[in-house]
Design a protein around this ligand. Structure first.
Ligand code: IFM
Length: 781
């Protein structure tokens, strides 16, 4: 991949590849994917290749392809494929290609591809492709193709339309739908998902010119799940064939279509397409670029001045993907672990959202954070269902969530066990339970940072109470310890299954119950309508008694003599092996070439941050020395096989004072998707890691944190950064910060007083605060 192709205005905005390899298609398809949160379009080339993955996902349109499968986002019809022939020979960029460049411009969210191709008979053409998925009108996909003849007498044939002959790795989600072409140009394809019965409507129109003259009356072809129009003509040297293709995608899940008949939806969708056709690619693109400027680049205002251009590009890459992965338009939808960029994890939401992505939105765009938390509120239905079916009370959030009412969506069978040759059972959906406390924690964070009381009254308290009810019923009394334990779980470190008292889980469950106790007391005292409503619905008086009985008796693993906290009851008793080979691996999961998951359970090896994430989020519960001792103990045993690991370790390393290591880990976190490992993103983007990049920059290097409701900033920029600029929202007000080597300047944009702690000293300001960092640090030390 190339990150230095952008020059002038485009400097640090271009993610590109400068050669074509048909063996390594997945990387560019995923990291250059386009989208707007409503839909995500993987950037497969127009002309098809073996091994490509052509995906178009529409958020929230989950469907179950058969009874043995879990609900997943169906791969919608392919509107980008074109069959391109030059003198009857199929275009194939893997041979006789020069000057190949495929580039994603992060600023304009446009994908461009250009190259020169020579046919086997020696005729040459220059091709240029452009594509965007509009952030202005979420239903629109714009495409352009231009072919210039570099030889004389070049015969061009291009077939383009809507191809619904697609599947999710073979699973077919759609009934064959109705197909229609209006006025020989407006293509319409309708398809309905087989189980969830969601109607999809695809509308496409082409505008084609040959040597400047419009080409009408294409040859029209309809086949099973396919509509294709073909345009042909002959070009003299220097003449051009241009094709503009505009597509709209709508579904019956669209809120704007609520209550409409299929006919009405189709008519509306078709009329949207006609309006788009009147604006053309350039008109629609200009509106799209404007939307990116306003809603993303101006809104988030993130800037890094660094000796290494990669740092700023990586930050922008993160903002780009955070925008396109997030269904901000609809609170019934969550963020998928791979966003809308690949089939991995089937479009399901994990704790990745609450712990890795949501902090970005809480601080940068609270409205979106609110919508993502309402998704969890709506998910209480599925969470209660899961609790009941497991014999617990309250709300037990699914490890993998799809449509809010679905409940648990995790698959049951996974990779091959190299010892038995059978598929390994995936236990996460049954016993990775910390997600329930993670959701409650996220609600609390949102509340403390935004002060959004209406959200708490309408949604937040209910989540906190009902998750605490779950933990109340989940705790098990341990006679020997004389304490309540949480047995048989998987903690964040998924290489340890069926463990008792995973420290992260226990501390978070405790935190969740403590919150419930605090809010119960506060609400009861207020004697408010909210209290009475929730008390009646959830029997809080009784739950409170149970919480009070347990809260001080929950077992919270403590540091031993060496200050090491046991990650779970047995971790420290397991054997230690030399992990050098796996620590130095170039791609993840190589340990499974030597060990089965069951065997890993007996080794002190961790997949990802576990205690470290506990130290990060509940920082005041542990001393600096304890954090250091545990970092030194566990990091060497952590092989970062999960993309969720590196960003947390980078923040911790920075907190603990190792700035070089922190930067190195930050860089590695950025390279999970942007790095040289060409297969890492095949199944889609690592969205948690993308959220983690923002966290390392703002919560790590800028040292911005909220503790006990107080705002703090302890900057520790990497040595080679001369400036960091960013914004956050704090208690409803936008703050804009600039950190240089020696100064912190922070401005309260609404001129409302803010209290801020910097290196242990309290400041209060309501306009612009300037702090000399060396002095402030000196005073503290
Ligand atoms: O949620 C993560 C988990 O922590 C590690 N395995 C992948 C999941 C989805 O990203």
């Amino acid at each position: 991949m190339k990150y230095d192709l952008g020059t002038g205005e485009e400097k640090n905005w271009i993610v590109a590849e400068s050669s074509f390899s048909s063996n390594l298609l997945g990387k560019a398809e995923a990291i250059m994917s386009l989208g707007n949160g409503y839909m995500g379009l993987r950037s497969a080339a127009e002309e098809p290749y073996v091994g490509e993955v052509r995906n178009l996902f529409v958020a929230g349109t989950f469907n179950k392809s058969d009874v043995m499968e879990v609900s997943e986002l169906p791969n919608a019809a392919d509107v980008t494929r074109m069959n391109i022939y030059i003198d009857g020979e199929r275009l194939d960029a893997s041979v006789r290609t020069e000057d190949y460049v495929r580039a994603l411009n992060l600023k304009t969210a446009e994908l461009r591809r250009s190259f020169i191709w020579t046919t086997s008979a020696g005729k040459q053409v220059a091709l240029k492709f452009r594509r965007f998925v509009s952030l202005d009108n979420l239903h629109v996909i714009g495409m352009q193709m231009e072919l210039e003849a570099l030889s004389d007498d070049v015969h061009v044939s291009v077939e383009s339309g809507v191809n619904a002959q697609v599947s999710n790795s073979g699973a077919q989600h759609f009934f064959e739908g109705e197909k229609r072409i209006y006025d020989k140009k407006y293509v319409e394809m309708v398809a309905r998902t087989k189980e969830s019965l969601i109607d999809f409507m695809f509308h496409t129109v082409h505008h084609v010119t040959l040597a400047g003259s419009k080409l009408n009356d294409p040859f029209m072809r309809m086949d099973r799940r396919l509509i294709m129009l073909s345009y042909k003509g002959t070009l003299a040297k220097g003449q051009k064939f241009s094709l503009e293709k505009l597509t709209t995608v709508h579904t019956s899940r669209d809120k704007a279509f609520d209550g409409l008949t299929l006919k009405e939806m189709r008519d509306r969708a078709l009329s949207t397409l006609k309006k788009c056709a009147a604006k053309g690619y350039e008109g629609l693109f200009a509106q799209h670029v404007q939307a990116w400027e306003q809603k993303v680049w101006k809104q988030y205002k993130l800037n890094i001045e660094s000796e290494d251009v990669f740092d700023l590009l990586a930050a922008r890459f993160a903002l780009y993907h955070l925008t396109i992965m997030t269904p901000a338009h609809d609170e019934r939808m969550g963020i998928a672990a791979k966003g809308l960029s690949g089939e991995g994890y089937q479009g399901h939401s994990f704790w990745d959202t609450e712990m890795f992505i949501l902090p970005f939105f809480i601080y940068s765009n609270p409205e979106v954070a609110r919508s993502l938390l309402i998704y969890r509120y709506l998910g209480l239905e599925g969470a209660r269902k899961k609790a009941r079916s497991n014999g617990y009370e309250g709300a037990m959030y699914p490890w993998e969530a799809a449509w809010p009412s679905d409940g648990e969506m995790a698959q049951e069978w996974g990779r091959v066990d190299i010892v038995t040759g059978k598929q390994t059972k995936i236990w996460t959906g049954f016993i990775e339970q910390h997600i329930t406390a993670d959701v409650a924690f996220a609600v609390w964070q949102y509340y403390k940072v935004t002060g959004d009381q209406a959200f708490m009254d309408d949604y937040g308290y209910e989540i906190i109470f009902d998750t605490a009810r779950f933990w109340g019923s989940r705790l098990e009394w341990d006679e020997d310890r004389g304490q309540y334990c949480i047995n048989d779980v998987i903690g964040p470190d998924e290489y340890k299954e069926h463990v008792d008292n995973n420290a992260f889980t226990n501390y978070f469950a405790h935190f969740n119950m403590q919150l419930a106790i605090k809010y119960y007391s506060r609400l009861k005292e207020s004697d408010s309508a909210v209290f009475h409503r929730l008390n009646e619905a959830l029997d809080l008086d009784q739950a409170m008694e149970a919480w009070m009985e347990c809260i001080d008796k929950i077992y919270l693993p403590q540091p031993g003599e060496d200050l090491v906290i046991p990650q779970d009851d047995t971790y420290l008793t397991k054997r230690i092996i030399d992990l050098t080979k796996y620590k130095n691996q170039t791609h993840v999961n190589t340990i499974f070439e030597d060990y089965s998951l069951e065997q890993l359970s007996d080794i002190q090896v961790s997949k990802q941050a576990d205690l470290m994430i506990l130290f990060y989020w509940l920082e005041d519960k542990f001393t600096h020395d304890v954090k250091i001792a545990n970092y030194n103990y566990y990091e060497p045993k952590t092989i970062h096989d999960s993309s969720l690991s590196l960003s947390t370790h980078a923040i911790l390393a920075n907190d603990l004072g190792d700035r070089q290591l922190a930067y190195r880990l930050f860089r590695q976190a950025c390279e999970i998707d942007l790095g040289p490992e060409m297969k890492s993103s095949d199944l889609g983007m690592h969205t948690a890691s993308i959220g983690g990049i923002w966290q390392v920059i703002v919560m790590g290097f800028a040292g911005m944190r909220m503790l006990h409701g107080e705002l703090r900033m302890d900057p520790k920029l990497p040595e080679h950064w001369s400036k960091l600029e960013f914004m956050i929202n704090w208690q409803g007000q936008r703050l804009e910060a600039e950190i240089t080597k020696d100064r912190l300047v922070i401005e309260a944009m609404d001129r409302v007083p803010v209290e801020l702690e910097v290196y242990g000293k309290e400041y209060r300001f309501n306009d612009v605060l300037t702090i000399n960092l060396a002095e402030a640090k000196g005073e503290r030390d």
